[in-house]
Design a protein around this ligand. Structure first.
Ligand code: TYD
Ligand code: MG
Length: 457
């Protein structure tokens, strides 16, 4: 019999090399190579595998019929692209303690009311899970719990139970004796995920894999898992507030722009179908440095409050931080305001924050950010019934944005009565709701008149 082959695998990126290396040529990590053994595949076997699998003409293939199951959480369904697809594998990743296990246990309530669901935990005991299920009021007749970390034992139980949905919490706990590397190593995680992906594709079961994120933000070691699965969802939020946002980084069955918003409470995660309302409810009154803006997250316009604190600096160069908006874009907008309006930001520290943990990743947020900055430095107040959207160019011009009707409609729904928008968008086709005043602007100068000195309290 042929001996097992020795290879060295980078635990950060999965790069393989026949010899040990001090530095990975692929990802640049130092001292990251582990030795692994792989059983050789004989030439005869390789030939045999290929001969069983024939290429087919696309014109002769039948369209597959996917099961789309509602998870009982509309916010999650939207991110998944309209529900859970049979035979698909979804990687749910996030920092420890963010609520991954809670979310997946909660969706079992709906999924296991009509389907067989197997929840495999490698991290918690059955008792702990039962306690949590009790707290979350999970009462699902066909929900099965298994505490197991051996990939082969998990698959054997899947064969016996034939579940429609399998939840693996977490993929990093899976390991198999077939591989010599330690549990949690890149080979173990990859092979465990591969086995479940194979199982999903052959049986049509939907699989959720929970993946922990390491401090750099990547899914611990196996970034490679992202290529193998059908959808990658990130669960994120601040420890200091209870809002949680789920977003799709990759989705073979839907758009990746959608987000789902939740709040963590005493009875688990609660959906927030109208995030704009929640964010705006906490808005302070009569303060400078605050402006409302609107970004599209997939098909949904989300209104958020931008806050800019501008205060005289004690440092040689002003300090700048940005939370929820691209730092470099903020610096660019500050430069535009300095150059075109003569505002002296260089004498000041600037702290920018988007309330509610929403990320503004669209140029349409520029105008509201610039207005918050102007309001912050001039100490003039923007009325809380005013909202602005538009992209800003380097000459200070305000450029048109997409989905204007959606944004205007959402702003009117939330009670905004004055909307500042790009001139190009103020066409005759624009539907302006009753009681709303639309102010078209062509240049950033023009917004100054809409701010007033702060009223003394
Ligand atoms: P968990 O789902 O265990 O996180 P993960 O699986 O991502 O590591 O969530 C744990 C946190 O959520 C924990 O700090 C307690 C909190 N939590 C609540 O606030 N309310 C609840 O009803 C539950 C179940 C958890
Ligand atoms: Mg967990």
């Amino acid at each position: 019999m042929k001996e097992d082959k020795k290879i060295f695998v980078c635990r950060e990126c999965g790069y393989t090399n026949p010899k040990w290396l001090g530095k990975c040529p692929d990802c640049g990590s130092w001292d990251s190579f582990d030795e692994e053994r792989v059983a050789p595949v004989s030439k005869a076997k390789r030939g045999a595998v290929i001969s069983e699998n024939r290429a087919e003409k696309i014109s002769e293939l039948e369209l597959p019929t996917y099961m789309r199951a509602g998870t009982g959480m509309k916010e999650l369904d939207r991110v998944l692209g309209g529900g859970l697809v049979g035979g698909s594998v979804v990687l749910l990743s996030g920092e420890p303690g963010i609520g991954k296990s809670t979310l997946l246990l909660q969706i079992c309530n709906e999924l296991a009311s009509s389907r067989r669901v197997l929840y495999v935990s490698g991290e918690e005991s059955k008792g702990q899970l039962k306690l949590r299920a009790e707290r979350l009021k999970i009462d699902a007749p066909t929900l099965y719990l298994l505490t197991e970390t051996d990939t082969d034992a998990v698959l054997a139980e899947c064969e016996r139970l034939r579940p429609d949905v399998i939840i693996i919490d977490s993929v990093q706990t899976l390991s198999s004796e077939r591989f010599t590397s330690v549990p949690g190593s890149i080979t173990q995680v990859r092979e465990g995920a591969m086995a479940l992906i194979g199982y999903a594709k052959t049986t049509g079961a939907a699989v959720f894999l929970v993946g922990h994120v390491n401090k750099e933000g990547g899914i611990s070691g196996p970034k490679i898992l992202e290529h193998m699965v059908d959808a990658v969802l990130y669960f994120e939020g601040e420890r200091t507030n209870s809002y949680r946002i789920i977003r799709a980084i990759k989705n073979r069955f839907g758009s990746t722009n959608e987000i789902g918003v939740f709040e963590m409470g005493d009875e688990g995660l609660v959906e927030i179908p109208n995030p704009s309302e929640v964010v705006m409810a906490e808005r302070p009154k009569n303060t400078s440095g605050s402006c409302a803006g609107c970004v599209m997250q997939g098909t949904r316009p989300i209104i958020s409050e931008i806050q800019a604190l501008v205060s005289h600096t004690v440092y040689p160069t002003g300090k700048r931080t940005s939370d929820g908006f691209d730092y470099n874009r903020m610096c660019l907008l500050i430069a535009v305001l300095e150059k075109r309006m003569g505002l002296k930001f260089y004498e000041n520290d600037v702290y920018l924050n988007v309330a509610g943990g929403i990320r503004l990743n669209e140029p349409s947020a520029d105008l509201s950010i610039a207005m918050a900055l102007i309001s912050g430095i001039t100490d003039r107040v923007i009325p809380d019934t005013l909202i602005a959207f538009g992209e800003i160019g380097l000459a200070g011009e305000v450029r048109a944005v997409s989905h204007i009707d959606y944004r205007v409609k959402e702003a009117a729904r939330l009670g905004f009565t004055k909307i500042i928008l790009p001139k190009k968008n103020a066409t005759r086709e624009l539907k302006v709701p009753k009681g709303v005043e639309v102010v078209p602007v062509g240049n950033i100068f023009e917004v100054l008149v809409h701010m007033a000195p702060r009223a003394e309290a």
